[in-house]
Design a binder for this molecule. Structure first.
Ligand code: ADP
Length: 501
């Protein structure tokens, strides 16, 4: 069958659901299937997944998406994987049984140990090697926790009987029935064990965290024919040829392939990532330095900042306090009033992420008067999402010493035109909304398709990117600046709220 008539299968393994999408040669979605899986919260601050359920839901959506499109293995040109990052799985090399649940990126059980590491003065050397801020978010301390707390696991790891992997590695291992034990470089760069300069697992960090090197997978680039599927899900071997962590995949899917291009995802949280080209930029403003992708021998780096509560602020207005019946109505409500009436909502419901990194911050709504209405609170929540993104953008601009030209956007909340317009108003740069919104899966498909020659090169992909709408700044600049001042005053009220100091 002619390559162009085939499809690329993208696996998008996320935090709450496993998805599979078939893309055609034009980069359009043919079919999509999605299955949620259980979230386990064994103690406050702990979040776990069952690795077997991740695999089961993932394999079942792959079958479903192919059945829906009525395609056979012969129609699939290749497979690309995008995945929730940092989530940590350890399993038995022989039997494939996980020794413990997956510890999810959101899990905070190793926070105290991370504080200890900071107190002992490891922050600078860890940032220099890995580009990361010491935090429970990343895999290293989660691996150490499993080795130290699950009976017999350290001994088994030292005997070389176990494998550690992030979710990409686990899926690949399952897709090849244990033949391939590899992870891609973007996922490796989120473990806090990987030196992003030498591009090797870092021996000093492995010693610091007491992690036996035999536990770790081989690290590979993002677009290469790694292997073929074995005969479990598919009857014939299909090349697996693209892998990236979800945010990096979305950056690629948005075709932010030139230095200086950035995208922001507006989902539960907001994830902003900026292509910084061939050189890693170590942030002076509390952002993360990470690997965007490696194509052939060429590595592209990125700066990244995450806002913990983005669309979740709207979810909270709906489900937490019942102020709005659905998320979509927030747009009409915000537009029904001329301004925020002096009300500011700092959505620090789970602390503040970049660039504040304040786990003791808590949500604050300030400036309330007798005239404040539900519309003001709703508008303040949407504005609060935009201001947080602005703060990350400003940190990026300061690190790069440049001004942004545009922000490409994706994620569920970009349906909100008020939010998009306000973002442009505050950031003073155009906000660009593409037509294809499944950018994470599309990025994985692109990486896979490039490796097998399904697409010729990145230039061919650039022609596929199509625009839905550009939001240009309209608000008077002086008004925007005054509002930003007030926002920062409000942030000051929310910071350190729950600490005893
Ligand atoms: P995730 O992938 O993190 O689950 P999604 O990309 O599906 O998130 O986006 C869902 C989030 O977007 C929710 O937090 C929801 O409150 C928010 N959201 C969805 N639609 C709108 C809207 N029209 N306006 C504002 N927020 C919205």
């Amino acid at each position: 069958m002619n390559h162009k008539h085939k499809y690329v299968l993208a696996i998008d393994q996320g935090t709450t659901s496993s998805r599979a999408i078939l893309f055609n040669h034009q980069g359009n979605i043919i079919t999509l299937a999605q299955k949620d899986f259980h979230q386990y919260f064994p103690k406050p601050g702990w979040v776990e997944h069952d690795p077997n359920e991740i695999w089961y839901t993932q394999s079942s959506v792959i079958k479903e998406v192919m059945a829906k499109a009525d395609v056979t293995d012969d129609h699939i040109a290749c497979i690309g994987i995008a995945n929730q990052r940092e989530t940590t799985i350890i399993w038995d090399r022989e039997t494939g049984f996980p020794v413990y649940n997956a510890i999810v990126w959101q899990d905070r059980r190793t926070s105290d140990y991370c504080e200890e590491l900071k107190e002992k003065g490891y922050a600078t050397s860890i940032q220099e090697k890995t580009g990361l801020v010491i935090d429970a978010y990343f895999s290293a301390t989660k691996i150490r926790w499993i080795l130290d707390n699950v009976k017999g696991v350290r001994e088994r790891a030292e005997r070389g009987e176990l494998c550690f992997g992030t979710v990409d590695c686990w899926l690949l291992w399952k897709l090849t029935r244990g033949e391939k034990f590899i992870t891609d470089i973007t996922n490796a760069s989120r473990t806090m064990l990987f030196n992003i300069h030498s591009q090797q697992w870092d021996q000093e960090l492995l010693s610091l965290f007491s992690i036996p090197p035999s536990l770790l997978p081989e690290v590979v680039g993002c677009s290469d024919i790694y292997c073929e599927t074995s005969a479990t899900l598919f009857k014939k071997g299909i090349p697996i040829s693209g892998i990236a962590g979800d945010q990096q995949a979305a950056l690629f899917g948005q075709l932010c392939v030139e230095e200086g291009m950035m995208k922001t995802t507006y989902g539960t949280g907001c994830f902003m990532i900026l292509n910084t080209g061939k050189k890693p930029i170590l942030s002076q403003n509390h952002l993360l330095t990470t690997i965007a992708w490696k194509l052939g021998d060429e590595t592209t780096y990125a700066l990244e900042g995450s806002v913990f509560v983005g669309g979740a602020a709207i979810q909270w207005l709906r489900d937490g306090i019942g102020l709005i019946p659905n998320a979509a109505i927030s747009e009409q409500m915000a537009k029904s009033i001329p301004d925020n009436g002096g009300v500011y909502f700092v959505p620090a419901l789970t602390g503040l992420g970049a660039p504040y990194w304040d786990q003791y911050a808590r949500g604050a709504i300030v400036g309330i008067t007798r005239g404040t209405t539900a519309a003001h609170l709703t508008r303040a929540a949407l504005e609060g999402i935009s201001y947080q993104v602005y703060d990350v953008l400003r940190a990026m601009e300061n690190d790069m010493n440049t001004q942004s030209k545009e922000i490409r956007v994706d994620g569920g909340a970009i349906a909100n035109n008020f939010l998009m317009q306000f973002q442009a108003d505050i950031c003073r740069c155009p906000v660009v909304r593409p037509k294809v919104l499944e950018t994470t899966a599309l990025g994985a498909a692109y990486l896979a398709g490039l490796a097998v020659g399904y697409w010729k090169d990145i230039d061919e992909l650039k022609d596929q990117w199509s625009l839905d709408k550009v939001f240009k700044p309209k608000l008077d600049e002086a008004v925007a600046l005054r509002q930003l001042d007030e926002w920062h005053k409000a942030v000051g009220r929310a910071q350190h709220w729950s600490s005893n100091e």
